[in-house]
Ligand binder design. Structure first.
Ligand SMILES: Nc1ncnc2c1ncn2[C@@H]1O[C@H](COP(=O)(O)OP(=O)(O)O)[C@@H](O)[C@H]1O
Ligand SMILES: [Mg+2]
Length: 231
């Protein structure tokens, strides 16, 4: 079974005449860590949004862990994603008034499975992740809004990893960091992903980051819609 299989996927944004994505086939193996790149505007975030349920494709199949998402009702689909997928966004999407620790614990409140898998208990798992990601313990009780960008990024990574989701999806999570911090953060993310045995789709427009991943994919290789867009 694959972690993710996309087949004959077509997606067109509302009020657009042409599709943005036309992907005959894409597969992600269990534990595989893929670097997906493409120019700005080529549809990377759109693809991740389809995986995350922000939008629904007009045609084709998305199978997560052998489950065809279209076969689930919208509530079951959201549940399934929360159970099996960790998301890491460019803007982190932390709740600013919640502490770093409570932000990390959020997936365990949305998903009983993530809560169960956060061993030996969610609180211990959250603090262990924050420690592994080198976030100083004096910061754990601070509101997320009071942390630096680099610190917020570590909190967001811990939140994506808690409860050992099988698939991690990261959309340009390093674009706010300088080159050295990017490298450190990617190494941390790869190490943590490997330690929970998760698959990773890491998206960036910056091809220099590709070296440490198992496989590099250009969106244009899998998407029949030529991007031709640069900005
Ligand atoms: N909410 C939206 N509504 C309509 N079109 C959108 C929306 N979001 C993105 N697009 C369009 O989809 C295309 C791909 O955008 P996006 O997926 O954000 O690219 P990338 O993440 O590769 O920079 C662009 O042409 C963009 O204008
Ligand atoms: Mg994007």
């Amino acid at each position: 079974m694959t972690a993710l299989t996309i087949s004959d996927l077509v997606y067109r944004w509302p009020r657009q005449s042409a599709p943005c994505l036309d992907i005959p086939r894409f597969e992600l193996a269990p534990g595989e860590r893929v670097f997906l790149h493409g120019p700005s505007g080529s549809g990377k975030s759109t693809l991740l949004g389809l995986l995350g349920g922000v939008a629904v494709p007009q045609a084709g199949r998305i199978e997560l862990l052998g489950q065809n998402l279209a076969q689930l009702g919208s509530h079951a689909r959201d549940r399934f994603r929360a159970d099996h997928t960790g998301f890491l966004f460019q803007q982190f999407n932390l709740l600013p008034w919640l502490s770093a620790l409570d932000n990390v614990l959020l997936p365990c409140t949305f998903s009983a499975r993530r809560k169960r898998r956060a061993a030996p208990d969610p609180h211990t798992a959250a603090t262990a992740l924050l420690a592994q990601l080198d976030l100083d313990p004096t910061l754990w009780a601070k509101p997320a809004a009071e942390l630096s960008v680099g610190q917020q990024q570590r909190v967001a990574a811990a939140r994506a990893l808690i409860g050992r989701p099988e698939i991690l999806i990261a959309d340009e999570p390093t674009s706010a960091l300088d080159a050295e911090r990017q490298q450190i953060f990617i190494d941390l993310l790869l190490r943590e992903t490997a330690s929970v045995g998760a698959s990773l789709i890491f998206v960036s427009h910056d091809r220099r980051l590709a070296a440490h991943f198992d496989r590099t994919v250009a969106l244009d290789e899998i998407n029949r819609v030529a991007s031709g867009v640069t900005s």
